[in-house]
Write a protein that binds this ligand. Sequence first.
Ligand SMILES: NC(=O)C1=CN([C@@H]2O[C@H](COP(=O)(O)OP(=O)(O)OC[C@H]3O[C@@H](n4cnc5c(N)ncnc54)[C@H](OP(=O)(O)O)[C@@H]3O)[C@@H](O)[C@H]2O)C=CC1
Ligand SMILES: Nc1nc(=O)c2c([nH]1)NC[C@@H]1CN(c3ccc(C(=O)N[C@@H](CCC(=O)O)C(=O)O)cc3)C=[N+]21
Length: 296
Amino acid sequence: MAEIIDGKAIAQLVRQKLAEQVEVLKTKSIVPGLTVIIVGDDPASQIYVRNKERAAQKVGIAHQTIRLAADVTEASLLTIIKKLNQDDQVDAILVQSPLPNHLNEQLVQETISPEKDVDGFNPINIGKLYANRHEYYPVANTPKGVMTLLMAHHVPLRGKLAVVVGRSILVGKPMLSLLEAANASVALLHRYTPDDLRRSLLKQADIVIVGTGIPGLVVGDDLKSGATVIDVGINRLSDGQLVGDVDFASAQAVAGAITPVPGGVGPMTIATLLQTTVELAAQHHQIELADKWQII
Ligand SMILES: NC(=O)C1=CN([C@@H]2O[C@H](COP(=O)(O)OP(=O)(O)OC[C@H]3O[C@@H](n4cnc5c(N)ncnc54)[C@H](OP(=O)(O)O)[C@@H]3O)[C@@H](O)[C@H]2O)C=CC1
Ligand SMILES: Nc1nc(=O)c2c([nH]1)NC[C@@H]1CN(c3ccc(C(=O)N[C@@H](CCC(=O)O)C(=O)O)cc3)C=[N+]21
């Protein structure tokens, strides 16, 4: 039976560490500030934003949520973001996706200053990640949190084969860059990957990372014995159950280690968002944090 990678417990360790870092910053009169903008009333987004508020307060981050009506104009959203870009109290800005269709998500993301882009979506930051630049810049929190999980479990990456299923800007693409930077060989799979190719690549993979939104896409039979399986998917079934993209029961019998859903990558995403906020605050005040990347 696979070892369970307990994202909830590791997220808790990250938050403890962050609370200590925030204390140090406060002795220098610095309070990290996070502003979340949410447009409309998508219920899943509402829950996620409330969880973030609570978690931010607990580690001592000044948190502000701006709730906008679903019919807000693009011009007023952009004006709000530009004001936040100028506001010294705000270190990190996050615009919750998805946005209503009349808003150009790309333009909205690009309007957030790269220095405050806590999601790591701005093309400047994406470019730095892709180029594997050595200075500090924000990186998408879900894949960054996955790297923390892998490090916490001492999963070897150098020279290993990692297969990433899903290629979104939020999950798959930054995941590819981070794994490659850690000297894994990486295959990126998507909708147009034929089933037989997907199966043969998965069967060889030492690390499997799945983020597609398709429940049960990966099953135990697909996996190599002892593989590390990270399930990013979060799917609400019609009976209300929350499941990932990996069939947990069959995968657990084959994998060496696996993340559960819930309690795996989800809580890490929130803890890592707070981590990036603290890192950005330190960066804005030219303070070196002791454990920036390997936080735990
Ligand atoms: N735990 C967490 O913190 C987070 C969880 N999530 C969850 O992760 C999942 C993915 O989210 P997100 O990346 O935003 O979703 P997107 O819909 O943006 O991307 C889904 C990706 O999956 C690929 N895909 C779709 N069908 C298949 C298939 N049959 N085989 C292989 N690949 C396929 C798509 O390929 P193509 O590009 O070809 O269309 C696409 O690249 C969702 O369940 C979401 O809820 C998301 C963010 C954070
Ligand atoms: N700009 C932006 N940045 C994001 O990072 C972003 C986003 N928009 N839009 C939506 C997705 C999704 N996402 C989740 C994070 C945590 C949980 C989470 O905490 N999940 C819990 C369960 C929560 C529950 O019970 O519903 C868990 O997996 O244990 C879920 C989903 C971040 N996203």
